[in-house]
Design a protein around this ligand. Sequence first.
Ligand SMILES: C[S@@+](CC[C@H](N)C(=O)[O-])C[C@H]1O[C@@H](n2cnc3c(N)ncnc32)[C@H](O)[C@@H]1O
Length: 334
Amino acid sequence: MSNSNVFNHSYRNLHIPIDAPLELKPSPGKGWGAFATRPITQGTIVLKETPLFIIHKPHEAITEQDLWTAFQALPPRDKQLFLCIRDNPSTPFASMTGMFAENSFALTRPFGHGLFPLHSRINHSCLPNCKLPDPAEGTTTPGDGAITCFATKDIAYGEEITFCYNTDFECRTRDDRYRELRFACNCKACTLGTPFQLLSDMRRTLIRGLQYLTTGTDLDGQKDSSQTPLIVDPDLKKDAETMSIPLSNRLVYSLLSMALVEQEGLMDEFTVRRMNPAILLLASRFRDKQNAEIAGAAMGREMWTEKFGVAVEMFGRGDVGFEEMLSELGIAIG
Ligand SMILES: C[S@@+](CC[C@H](N)C(=O)[O-])C[C@H]1O[C@@H](n2cnc3c(N)ncnc32)[C@H](O)[C@@H]1O
């Protein structure tokens, strides 16, 4: 069977659940992809899938032998599914570990990596319309390791279904993302030299910097020691790293970061679920009456851009220190 033929391509053997609103077909420049077969409403489930098998190891420890053993234990129908997966989409993979790297997803409970033939047919976008939320966003994998893809925007009939392959891309510029992906994404945020791409790079750099100011570390969880630091002002950088940024500025930074995510078109209910508790906690801890009023008014607004617009009034007004707030709450700084 020729894999280059759209009609008898091996991906036709992949069984799509009857209620899933998608079909697989070629996606120009990306191999094959998943496309909506009816309008999909924001927040709804697009696809739920249990893995063909799970390897209960960290990614770097998984060997050819692990995968061969897992393959041999599969029932004949699942062996067929495994064998129909191609490298984008017509070449057989050179190794089982190579194939697994491209078609597996990390799981937390049960711990390991699962092989998901359908989810891994979905292409990447830096401005996606779907998301596979992680446990920090209020979802956990059930005992069978099933993963679920949700629509984060309304999706039109015929539109390509996409999600973002990396969790920190809202903090990375186009060039940075390209180095990670190792293929050229053609989304609006990656189309070089356009006003949107330039603005997007600025927004994502700012989000990264604001994250540094509120957590005291960069994306790798480390302090930035580069020659061209993300936070140029050394005093501000030190304040961030020693958790000395006052509550008022900290709330403003957090809300600005959320406003930029919103303006970039990346806000979704999972991000809100992950970020909101900490922001609400900050907003509830002011000692200064006026700061408390501003924080209350800001949090009462609907959009993050509006919340930031109100909260900015408290910038530089000082208040209880963040360190003090944590110690009042009995939380030790790591
Ligand atoms: C997990 S597969 C996705 C399904 C794949 N397109 C197929 O035909 O089976 C990942 C590969 O798809 C391609 N791909 C995914 N998203 C892409 C994008 N936005 N632009 C170009 N290629 C993309 C890349 O070759 C990537 O290595």
